[in-house]
Design a protein around this ligand. Structure first.
Ligand code: IPM
Ligand code: SF4
Length: 468
């Protein structure tokens, strides 16, 4: 019998076009997503070389980073943002690539649109000039972010040069406690292994706590793989995956679907296959999480104290730790619980799918936001927005005093009109809390949609378990 293989290796091996000792593999890409930030120079490169897009049908484009989230029917006000989006329009038209532009029913954040349209399917290789491409790994794909010059490579050849990364298994077993959701799992893991703990690896998430998650929750986990340094993260597909895919716009239909499902069922790690590293966690140890610092690894249970510099395992980190706290305006050794916040941002490719909005609505239904907070709910796509309206979530948000905006990256990063003002605190369902990420000098607490909803109601950092 042949050597047992990991899921990662099975997909990788099936996509090698050419391999030579000591060289990167020539690797075939099934699906390419592009957005306005990292594609302009790539198209420019094609133009200069007089090269066409090799297979336009394998590339899909959306504007998401630079789009405003109100009045999307009007011209974009910010000159740079307008230019970026117009350039994407021009390029996709010239090179024959499908674009789901502003106003299109499929518009949205690239990592939300792919899965919901059935463009993301098990066993695929998927790239995008965007680090959170790891999101698509939730379907049992090898999906990773690439740079602009690689975007050009993929556009022109449908291939990319890649060294095979090492593999890591992160297994999470047991039952999650009350108020604990996928975002808490991944913030917990990153807090344990640090923001660089998986550097050089491709992670497979496994264990019954992962198996029991919905596809949307699995996407939240895979999305943040990059925040611990991993190249990407994936989860073996199962019945939950197949059910999610069934009937989606570009998914195989009818007999084709059944045939594909039979193939997809083979996409799992063989018994006895070896990973380069294996980590195991117990779901019962996980609590609602929140970050206090300026990288996603600086997280604590919401009821814990911020550590002190003296408590750090690695004393070489003291300087950056102190700098982080200073930026955040926080004291070491204190609790975040009860700390007033100014903004609540519910959005991003981590947590702006319909299930996230439902979680929020469940908490806020019949309640009002606190006076001191401004609350933005930014659906991840037009389809999410439509669904939210269909379910009456828009009414719940409106009655609570939340603003339901139009889809885009929004305040996840300050590349558009949605910015958190300097010095203000924002509890955010996004994935990065870097200095200035949500606006110059803005301060970010990363948390789950449940925790964000709880803070919206109380106006301060709250243990969601105390209000449900
Ligand atoms: C702008 C883009 C290249 C960037 C990324 O690569 O992730 C952005 O999406 C982010 O989340 O920081
Ligand atoms: S929502 Fe945020 S993390 Fe996701 S692609 Fe947009 S900017 Fe990047």
């Amino acid at each position: 019998m042949s050597q047992p293989k990991t899921l990662f290796d099975k997909i990788w091996d099936a996509h090698i076009v050419k391999q030579k000792e000591g060289h990167p593999d020539v690797f075939y890409i099934d699906r390419h997503f592009i957005h306005e930030v990292t594609s302009p120079q790539a198209f420019e490169g094609l133009r200069k070389r007089g090269v066409k897009v090799f297979n336009p049908a394998r590339t899909t484009a959306v504007p998401d980073h630079n789009v405003p989230t109100i009045d999307q029917h009007l011209p974009i006000k910010e000159a740079l943002s307008r230019h970026q989006v117009e350039t994407l329009r021009k390029n996709t038209e010239e090179f024959g690539v499908t674009l789901y532009d502003l106003g299109h029913p499929y518009q949205g954040i690239v990592h939300i649109v792919g899965p919901e349209l059935g463009l993301t399917l098990p066993g695929m290789t998927i790239v995008c000039g965007d680090s959170h491409t790891s999101t698509h790994g939730a379907f049992g794909t090898i999906a990773f972010g690439i740079g602009t010059s690689e975007v050009e490579q993929v556009l022109s050849t449908q291939c990319i040069l890649q060294y095979r990364p090492k593999t890591m298994k992160i297994e999470i077993n047991g039952k999650l406690g009350k108020g604990v959701v996928a975002k808490d799992i991944i913030l917990y893991v990153i807090s344990k292994i640090s923001a660089s703990g998986a550097t050089g690896y491709f992670v497979e998430y496994a264990g019954d706590a992962i198996r029991n998650l919905s596809m949307e929750a699995r996407m939240t986990i895979c999305n943040m793989s990059i925040e611990m340094g991993a190249r990407g993260g994936l989860i073996a597909p199962d019945q939950i995956t197949f059910d999610y895919i069934k009937g989606r716009k570009f998914a195989p239909q009818g007999a084709d679907y059944d045939k594909k499902v039979a193939e997809w069922k083979q996409l799992k790690t063989d018994e006895g296959a070896k990973y380069d590293e294996v980590l195991t966690f117990d779901a019962a140890d996980i609590a609602p999480m929140i970050t206090y610092g300026t990288n996603p690894g600086m997280g604590i249970k919401v009821t814990d104290r911020i550590p002190t510099a003296a408590e750090l395992k690695d004393i070489s980190e003291q300087t950056s730790f102190n700098k982080s706290l200073e930026y955040m305006g926080l004291e070491e050794g204190t609790q975040l619980l009860g700390k007033p916040v100014d903004y609540v941002f519910i959005g991003s490719c981590t947590n702006a799918r319909i299930e996230d909005l439902r979680l929020v609505a469940e908490i806020v239904k019949g309640k009002k936001k606190a006076e001191n907070v401004e609350v933005w709910v930014v659906p991840g796509s037009k389809q999410v927005e439509e669904q939210a309206r269909k379910e009456g979530l828009d009414k719940i948000f409106e009655e609570a005093g939340f603003q339901l905006r139009q889809p885009g990256c929004s305040a996840c990063l300050a590349m558009n009109e949605d910015k958190i003002p300097a010095g203000k605190y924002c509890i955010s369902t996004s994935n990065r809390n870097f200095e200035g990420r949500q606006g110059p000098k803005s301060r970010t607490f990363l948390a789950s949609p449940l925790s964000a909803a709880a803070a919206a109601i109380t106006g301060k950092v709250t243990d969601v378990r105390s209000i449900v």
